[in-house]
Design a protein around this ligand. Structure first.
Ligand code: CP
Length: 321
């Protein structure tokens, strides 16, 4: 594996999940794999889980990690080729990325979408420019449209629960939830892409009218606009807000009726409730759910380490070939 940007970079998902679970059982199994290697992690946006879990994963593999919060501490980067840089940007990615390519062995990048220009966001310009100009393997720590480390974590967590509960083919429901801000579609896109690729679930997406996601990621899922019908018999409920895709980056409806409650949980098959975090309590998800027995959000976030470790391990092995 050279780069990790989406499920498309994964040669064998079952093997990657197995590898993550091996690291969970024995974190220092491959302690020498990253010896004398360094990952540079650039954050154009805030993060807690992605940053710390990836640093821990690198440490378990004997790899150094250096974090740079570009968004808060660095020069404002320009990404457009042939830009006339007379505005707010100070350094072109074309100048910065080759230097990072000399400093590091792997480059992790976190960017968010602008939510202003759909074509630009969905072209993944920022992360693609880093790939083009750094000349080293690039690890997505969340991009404009996808969050692959989160999705791998989600698959690992679901597989653990499937095994524990002896489920055959679980029903997985991705449900839209209200929020006060316009949020990216990344987590929802990515979750849909990975669950479809996994193929181990009956997959349903439910959302208010006008909140349909891009078909390039949802193809294979059943879309049911009636939340009650969608939740019926669910084994997993993944709760997430996203802004509109078609009329891009808007909040049309913020109906609190879409919030998951214990009453709605009663329609499911005692479903495990998932969320990528951070979550706005009592807006996106209620205290009663988050503090209740069905929430697996901490297990999910803890699994971020093993997902990152499995991916970094594949990237390091790829460098040795
Ligand atoms: N889920 C997730 O990516 O969390 P952070 O934003 O804290 O990294």
């Amino acid at each position: 594996m050279r780069n990790f940007l989406s499920v498309g970079d994964v040669p064998n998902l079952d093997k990657l999940v197995e590898s993550a679970l091996r690291y969970k059982a024995d974190p220092f199994l491959d302690r020498g794999l990253g010896k004398d290697k360094t990952i540079g992690m650039l954050f154009l946006n805030p993060s807690m889980r992605t940053r710390l879990s990836t640093q821990l994963a690198a440490k378990h593999l004997g790899m150094e990690s250096i974090v740079f919060n570009v968004g808060a501490e660095g020069w404002a980067l320009e990404f457009e080729d042939e830009a006339i840089m007379s505005g707010s940007t100070v350094e072109h990615v074309k100048d910065a990325a080759p230097i990072l390519g000399k400093y590091f062995d792997v480059l992790g990048i976190r960017t968010f979408p602008t939510l202003q220009n759909k074509e630009e966001d969905y072209s993944e310009l920022y992360i693609k420019q880093f790939i083009k100009y750094s000349n080293i393997p690039v690890l997505s720590l969340e991009s404009a449209t996808l969050h692959p480390l989160q999705s791998l974590t989600d698959i690992i967590t679901m597989q653990e629960i499937v095994k524990l509960k002896k489920l055959k083919k679980p029903k997985v429901v991705l449900t839209w939830a209200p929020h006060v801000k316009a949020l990216p579609q990344c987590v929802a896109n990515s979750f849909a892409q990975w669950v479809n690729f996994w193929g181990g679930a009956d997959f349903v997406i439910t959302h208010p009218e006008d909140y349909e996601l891009s078909k390039q990621f949802t193809q294979g899922a059943k879309v049911i606009l009636d939340q009650e019908a969608a939740l019926d018999g669910a084994d997993f409920v993944y709760v997430k807000n996203w802004s509109t895709f078609t009329d891009y980056g808007k909040i049309y409806c913020n109906d609190p009726q879409w919030k998951l409650t214990n009453k709605k949980l009663g329609w499911t098959n005692d479903a495990a409730v998932m969320h990528c975090l951070p979550v706005r309590r009592n807006v996106e998800l209620s205290d009663e759910i988050l503090d209740g027995p069905n929430s697996v959000v901490t297990q999910q976030a803890a699994n971020r380490v093993w997902a990152a470790q499995a991916v970094l391990s594949e990237m390091l092995k790829g460098q040795g070939e």
